[in-house]
Design a protein around this ligand. Structure first.
Ligand code: MBD
Ligand code: FE
Length: 302
């Protein structure tokens, strides 16, 4: 089919609107339909291939894997890079890099002042203490900033989605103290892998790709008047550190994991050997003329 014939059909479809609708939605959907028509034409996509794809998306939706798919196909990282670019244009550069939220955050985790313990003592992973400060771009500590943290257990599974774990296991919100300090005690996580029998893995197989993430810990860091930071740190040494199926590893997000022991653990109620990570988060002041850093998306609520 030639380009004019495709354009004629697209015009017919677009012109079938009888009310204004939502102009933004119209613009985006019309564009996507045009791009897909062109893909079908240029790649000679057959009807059975088209219906397979449509049913695939339906199945991925039914099994709750669309968020996983968005991460695995690189969309979520792409949105990060676009926000980075908008910030760079507004003069925001440096500081703690952002990286993707992923689909496994749950709202409503318990809030603690200064310090929290995330695990319930049953996880066989190595004890971990992570600590640091939340500072502004001027390096001044931010008291009362909120550090929301969530990560997987020793099997790479997240509470709430993994019903075998207690509510809010390995999920907490910590308010920084007067000096901008936060700390938490937990266990060293293990990398996540997409469900091996799920829709995401099905597509990854077709693409010749794996569905593994390196071990990581997620954060939202926020304070009034500052741009919300969505980020993660990675556990150094993980075989998938720079081979993340969601493309989220970034320079500046791989802190040293120190081995600590004895009196060092005392402030955190830890005895014996443990892993210690020191990490500061830098927040930038909110500015006009810049897309918000707070992303609205449907999130699980426990
Ligand atoms: C995760 O834990 C995650 O962080 C992402 C981005 C996708 C799937 C699982
Ligand atoms: Fe994760």
């Amino acid at each position: 089919m030639n380009r004019q014939a495709i354009d004629a059909l697209l015009n017919k479809i677009n012109d079938s609107a009888t009310s204004e609708g939502n102009p933004r939605t119209k613009e985006i959907v019309n564009r996507i339909v045009r791009d897909l028509f062109c893909t079908i034409e240029e790649l000679d996509v057959q009807p059975d291939e088209f219906w397979t794809a449509l049913n695939y998306l339906g199945d991925a939706g039914k099994s709750g894997e669309l968020g996983l798919l968005a991460a695995g196909l690189g969309f979520e990282h792409f949105l990060d890079l676009r926000l980075d670019e908008a910030e760079a244009k507004a003069g925001i550069e440096g500081g703690t890099p952002r990286t993707i939220e992923g689909p496994l955050y749950v709202t409503g985790a318990p809030v603690s002042d200064g310090h929290a313990r995330l695990d319930d003592g049953t996880d066989p992973g190595q004890t971990l203490v992570m600590r640091g400060r939340v500072v502004g771009e001027d390096g001044k500590p931010l008291a009362n900033a909120l550090v929301e943290v969530w990560h997987a257990n020793h099997l790479g599974n997240y509470s709430y989605f993994d019903k075998s774990q207690p509510a809010f296991n390995l999920r907490r919100s910590i308010r920084t103290d007067a000096s901008g300090n936060y700390s938490f005690r937990s266990v060293v996580p293990v990398g996540y892998s997409v469900p091996p029998q799920g829709q995401t893995q099905l597509l990854l197989d077709q693409l010749g790709r794996h569905g593994h993430r390196p071990a990581h810990i997620h954060f939202f860091v926020s304070a009034p008047g500052f741009r919300k930071l969505t980020t993660q740190i990675n556990i150094d040494g993980d075989p998938y550190l720079w081979d993340d199926f969601a493309f989220a590893t970034r320079d500046g997000l791989v802190p040293a994991v120190k081995q600590a022991e004895g009196a060092q653990g005392k402030p955190y109620g830890v005895e014996g050997n443990f892993a210690l990570i020191d990490f500061d988060f830098t927040l930038f002041k909110e500015r006009d003329n810049l897309p918000g850093a707070e992303v609205e998306r449907l999130r699980a609520e426990a």
